[in-house]
Design a protein. Structure first.
Length: 123
């Protein structure tokens, strides 16, 4: 059974409230979860803050047994310090690519080399 940490939508129209849950990946979004880990209110209050309640111990437990977070839940867990930040896609190397560092002290532009000038024969 694959377990995911994800959001379950609750609340009312124009006042969303998400429960952070550990649930089987094949169940529906708002179905009964394995465990409720916390709550998240995406709307800012009068002071401009968004509220998050998270049971850190249980979230660490589910991550340790192999639960995979969804992308929004991963972002929230990164901000809480439970997961390392996801690497940016433009910084990842493709398969077969190797990072080549230029020699120290010299800047090597990535332009095509210019052909050498041709010598003319004098008679």
């Amino acid at each position: 059974m694959v377990v995911r940490i994800r959001f379950a939508m609750h609340g009312s129209k124009h006042k969303p409230l998400f429960h952070i849950v550990a649930a089987n990946c094949r169940t529906r979004r708002n179905s009964k979860p394995l465990e409720l880990l916390g709550k998240f209110s995406p709307l800012a209050d009068e002071t401009g803050t968004k509220h998050v309640e998270l049971n850190m111990e249980r979230a660490k437990y589910w991550l340790s047994v192999g639960a995979q977070p969804s992308d929004p839940a991963r972002h929230l867990l990164e901000k809480a310090g439970l997961m390392p930040p996801k690497p940016a896609p433009w910084r990842q190397l493709k398969v077969g690519e190797h990072k080549i560092d230029p020699p120290p002290g010299k800047f090597v532009p990535h332009a095509s080399p210019k052909p050498a000038p041709k010598e003319t024969k004098e008679a």
